[in-house]
Design a protein around this ligand. Structure first.
Ligand code: HEM
Length: 252
């Protein structure tokens, strides 16, 4: 039994998950302080303050909330699969809404200030991340929450869904780092090399985001922290094995 008595693996997971939450929250707070204290705060009026919502929403939605949505399968290991799936889908939906607000803010700011759209590497990588994130959410909903696909197709799609989840987190953090560098060059190009407080804060935010990504990838890819399969999943994997091996073996 996984959860009977003190379990060193389980308590290690608790520490790792706790650490990831601290890093994620620090990232959101640092982004808020950067945009709030150094870049003039927030508004929704087409001004630079509207742009400031963009980094905050992207770090909160596509990094912190997306990371937490993935973690629920490692944290709630003994709750029913259905409730965990629902929580996973709901946190992802929240992440999607917050990210769409963040993207709307930057497009609206560009429109109001007559700045061209989609010219930078950051905007290309960022939009690709968001499009892939939407596709992953819709497919996840269709395959797992309201399963329209056969058990066989779901079993084939699951590893791809997990792989894309990790890729998306890496792409989101990579896009943030590109966007942050661009923002620093736009706003403090002439003083950045003298390590002003704003530069130090933004660099620290970048390091925190990278650490968050590394810690989450470690937790997600570590076999020991996987949810133990329940009878329904075991039956599905036996069914899948029978189907694939049956198809491979010659007919008698
Ligand atoms: C995963 C997170 C992010 C995504 C998906 C994303 C996506 C985008 C997209 C699609 C644009 C283009 C908007 C347009 O052309 O009108 C953009 C612009 C911009 N973003 Fe982000 N962004 C993210 C995070 C960040 C962060 C954390 C910063 C840090 C300050 C940032 C800074 C910028 C800047 C300065 C622009 C305007 C210049 C440009 O178009 O490249 N972004 N972002």
């Amino acid at each position: 039994m996984d959860e009977c008595g003190p379990n060193p693996r389980r308590s290690m997971l608790t520490w790792l998950v706790g650490g990831s939450q601290v890093l994620g929250l620090v990232a959101v707070v640092l982004t808020g302080v950067w945009m709030g204290r150094y870049r003039g705060g927030f508004a929704w009026d087409g001004s630079a303050q509207e742009f400031n919502l963009h980094p905050l929403c992207m770090v909160l939605g596509l990094v912190f909330l997306q990371g937490d949505a993935i973690l629920v399968y490692r944290v709630f290991r003994n709750e029913s699969k259905k409730s965990v799936k629902l929580l996973h889908g709901t946190i992802h939906l929240l992440a999607l809404i917050v990210s769409i607000v963040g993207i709307a803010a930057v497009f609206d700011f560009h429109r109001a200030s007559q700045i061209p759209d989609m010219y930078s590497l950051h905007s290309w990588c960022g939009l690709a991340t968001l499009v892939l994130f939407c596709a992953q959410w819709v497919l996840g909903l269709m395959f797992f929450l309201f399963p329209v696909a056969s058990a066989w197709l779901r079993a084939v799609y699951l590893p791809l869904h997990v792989f894309c989840g990790v890729v998306l987190l890496v792409m989101a953090i990579g896009s943030c780092l590109l966007g942050m560098t661009e923002k620093l060059l736009f706003s403090i190009r002439t003083t950045y090399s003298t390590l002003p407080p704003e530069g130090v804060l933004a660099n620290s935010l970048g390091v925190v985001l990278v650490c968050f990504g590394i810690l989450l990838t470690f937790i997600i890819t570590n076999e020991e922290y996987r949810r133990p399969p329940n009878p329904e999943e075991l039956a599905l994997s036996v069914h899948f094995k029978t189907l694939t091996e049956g198809a491979a073996s010659p007919t008698p």
